[in-house]
Design a protein. Structure first.
Lengths: 284, 296
């Protein structure tokens, strides 16, 4: 089973996790920029974080045979802090980087005017940089948040077909699907979705444009939830092809909209040409 | 830079292997770089600046990986830096704002673009990282010419710690020759490994042999290439250290580099994965700083 986790915060995870993920079949991840649990107080702190997502973390992932890409954005929670908002001015120079495959996570947290503004600005940035967008839906007042999100996207230059709406559940999946968005589901130990509910949603709505992620971070979460969903799908009678579509081809198709996905790292036969192993190249 | 290919030669090689679209992109980007020389020398240029305000060639520099493919990105970026006549101020800004791949390209470009030691802070920054791709590239011909002995010795030791093959260190033989202080550090490191019951990296003995004043570079490294690392070899190491009694910084003054060792001898690219975790499907680079010799 080859697995692409389209949303996981590896910065917060250990090398044990990388090992276990590789053993479970994970060969590619996308790490969305988000908050770190402790609120930041300046754009400089974001800059170091973005640099890590484009430097150290992909290197770390490569040691374990996993291709690492990222999405870059000012997250909705910290968009409310006027000390952080100036990071919006720095985003353009990150959005041109090779490893950036979307603008994200953007969206709503508390649905404030500051969040409205940051969301609209960053959807425009996504369109300007020919990137898709990863849009998180809020934990609180989720359905209202989804509707407001879809309204803002419709008013933006970014087509709905280039938007992945994440953290969906039974109450929000239908409207997101009807709008034509890509559908993201985060499977967690306690909150968000679980494996069996995920299988039920796949039965009802089918695997088209569905992405499943672990969204594992510094909180209680499980970086192997993608594999567990794959196993649950097979147990429920889905085919290997269905599993491959949800856990590999759909995320490849969505982030492939950026034109910047490079997945050769995961091919065992290609390790000697992978840049992580091409240590001698720099001396040529 | 005596034996290194010129930028125009590198560009010709690059154009020969690129597909049509990538070649057209490179032509356009090179023209933009030529027309937009790095003119921004204001102090604010060192600060993070909005990308849209950056010269267009700098955006091309960033996107070289997806336009030319990761295998050709370093060469493409060098061509653009050269066309833009990037000075140390510009190189520093691009390095500071760069991804790991962009930083590596800038480090590799230094021998072509930085005439003096002003860009050394970039090399020193790269050598502080645990990214072995950056460490290896930082130890190219520019570091061989300019890096001070203390930093250079620590860099060589770091290669042994993190599994970067010493074949990737430019001018290794010339800079090692007669370096008693490096020999002492190598002996101490071997003793530390032996005390811990760990193997000594085979590269250590090769470097140690090169510190002998009498060594004749390639012959010495070849004869010791196959030294079998073993914990009980530490005594022999100490003996060699005693023989090297030249002043410690005697290698610092070389400027011509006739003895530049070829960095990529195909017959000698050992996996050297001293610190890699075991596992049949392991993809680790030649050793990882995440292994047993964590550099932190």
């Amino acid at each position: 089973m080859r697995i692409f986790d389209p949303h996981i915060h590896m910065t917060s995870r250990t090398t044990d996790d990388y090992e276990a993920m590789y053993a479970a079949g994970v060969r590619a991840v996308v790490e969305p920029a988000f908050w770190l649990g402790q609120p930041r107080t300046s754009p400089a702190s974001f800059i170091d974080y973005f640099d890590s997502l484009l430097g150290w973390e992909p290197f770390r992932a490569a040691q374990y045979g996993i291709a690492h890409h990222c999405t870059i954005a000012l997250n909705p929670k910290e968009a409310n802090d006027p000390r952080c908002a100036p990071v919006l001015d720095v985003l353009p120079r990150y959005l041109v980087k090779d490893n950036v495959v979307a603008v994200g996570e953007i969206g709503y947290d508390s649905m404030t005017p500051a969040e409205d503004s940051a969301l609209a600005v960053q959807l425009q940035l996504a369109a300007d940089h020919e990137l898709p967008a990863l849009v998180h839906t809020p934990h609180r007042d989720k359905l209202t948040g989804l509707r407001r999100t879809l309204d803002v996207v419709r008013e933006s230059p970014l087509p709905l077909e280039r938007v992945l709406i994440d953290h969906l559940n039974e109450t929000t999946v239908k409207e997101a699907k009807d709008a034509g968005c890509w559908l993201g589901f985060s499977v967690y130990p306690d909150t968000k979705m679980d494996e069996d509910r995920m299988v039920a949603i796949l039965r009802e709505y089918g695997p088209d444009q569905v992405l499943v992620n672990s969204a594992a971070d510094w909180g209680r979460s499980d970086p192997l939830k993608t594999r567990k969903v794959g196993d649950a799908m097979l147990h429920a009678g889905f085919t290997d092809d269905d599993v491959d579509r949800v856990l590999w081809r759909n995320p490849v198709a969505f982030y492939g909209l950026s034109g910047r996905l490079a997945l050769d790292v995961a091919d065992p036969d290609a390790t000697d040409t992978h840049e992580g192993n091409s240590i001698l190249r720099g001396g040529e | 830079m005596t034996a290194a290919p010129s930028v125009s030669e590198l560009r010709s090689r690059l154009e020969a292997v690129l597909g049509g679209a990538a070649r057209a992109w490179l032509d356009q980007a090179t023209a933009e770089a030529t027309a937009n020389p790095a003119a921004d020398t204001s102090p604010s240029a060192r600060l993070p600046s909005p990308g849209l305000a950056a010269p267009v060639w700098e955006l091309r520099f960033a996107e070289a990986g997806r336009r030319c493919g990761p295998d050709h990105a370093d060469a493409a970026r060098l061509v653009l830096l050269h066309a833009a006549r990037a000075d140390t101020t510009t190189l520093t800004r691009l390095y500071e704002q760069g991804t790991a791949a962009e930083r590596r390209a800038i480090l590799a470009a230094l021998p072509h673009l930085a005439p003096g030691p002003d860009a050394l802070p970039l090399v020193e920054d790269a050598l502080r990282t645990n990214d072995t791709r950056l460490v290896a590239t930082a130890l190219g011909p520019y570091a061989a010419t300019h890096l001070a002995p203390h930093h250079w010795r620590h860099a060589v030791l770091k290669c042994l710690f993190t599994g970067v093959p010493v074949d990737s260190v430019a001018d290794l033989a010339r800079r090692c020759r007669g370096d008693a202080e490096l020999a002492r550090m190598l002996g101490d490191y071997a003793a530390e490994r032996a005390a811990a019951g760990r193997t000594v990296p085979g590269d250590l003995y090769r470097v140690l042999a090169l510190t002998d004043l009498a060594n004749t570079a390639d012959a010495a490294s070849d004869s010791l290439d196959a030294v079998d690392a073993a914990p009980d070899a530490a005594d022999a190491v100490s003996g060699s250290v005693d023989a090297a009694d030249t002043p410690s910084d005697s290698t610092a003054t070389g400027s011509g580099r006739p003895g530049h060792t070829a960095p990529t001898s195909p017959a000698r690219t050992p996996p050297a994965r001293t610190g890699s975790p075991a596992g049949p499907e392991r993809h680790g680079a030649p050793s990882t700083p995440i292994g047993e010799e964590q550099e932190s």
